[in-house]
Design a protein around this ligand. Sequence first.
Ligand code: 1GP
Length: 235
Amino acid sequence: MELCRQIMQARKCGHGLFALLLDPDKKEALQPLQYLNDQVDYIFVGGSTGIISEDFIVSIRHQTALPIVLFPGSPKQFTPSADALLFLTPMNARDAKWLIDQQVAVAPLVAQCEIDSVPTAYILIDGGRVSTTQRLMQAEPLPRTDLSRIKAYAQAAEQMGKRLIYLEAGSGAAIPVPEEVIRAVREVTDLPLIVGGGIRTPEAMQHALDAGADLVVIGNHFEQNPQDLLRFSHK
Ligand code: 1GP
């Protein structure tokens, strides 16, 4: 699987992508899968804590043939049986643990398997409340209004060789990444762009796609309202 190529192909066709995020640490994590419809393009798996077991991946595969992309919160969430891995650099982190130690810990495992590992710049934007990720990393999110700084982060990501940018407002964010932020990032880079955090309605998803996101990730909302997945159709 080549995630970036697929995303760029979808962009060329004017097709916005949608990923359902499952948190293996939540007991109701798999519930939304029973409401899967053809609007979902990817299953993302990851969370701030916990592990991703082979069993968890197998349970997903029993219910869908959609590609599974790891969006890990730690090396414990790596499993070679997924199709792709967002190999994250949390750009707002300042602690070596998050910037290099965890990547070093998992690199030998990634090197041994065929997984599509995608160097990803993970950029936290202030989502109006302190997210678990922000708290764990003790990272300072970028202010939503500081477009020039956000653009500079995106440019740095590209110049550092990242192949994908993930703009994150934080799981359960009060305010999703604003459209002007998404537009600003798309002004300065053509890298595939993922946006997530605090998106709860089909309209909010569509606004993010219209502003230039290639792929929108939604998790929290469907943990609480799994059947609501049926309302999300953007095709
Ligand atoms: C979190 O971007 C994802 O890392 C999704 O956020 O859970 O708020 O949908 P939500």
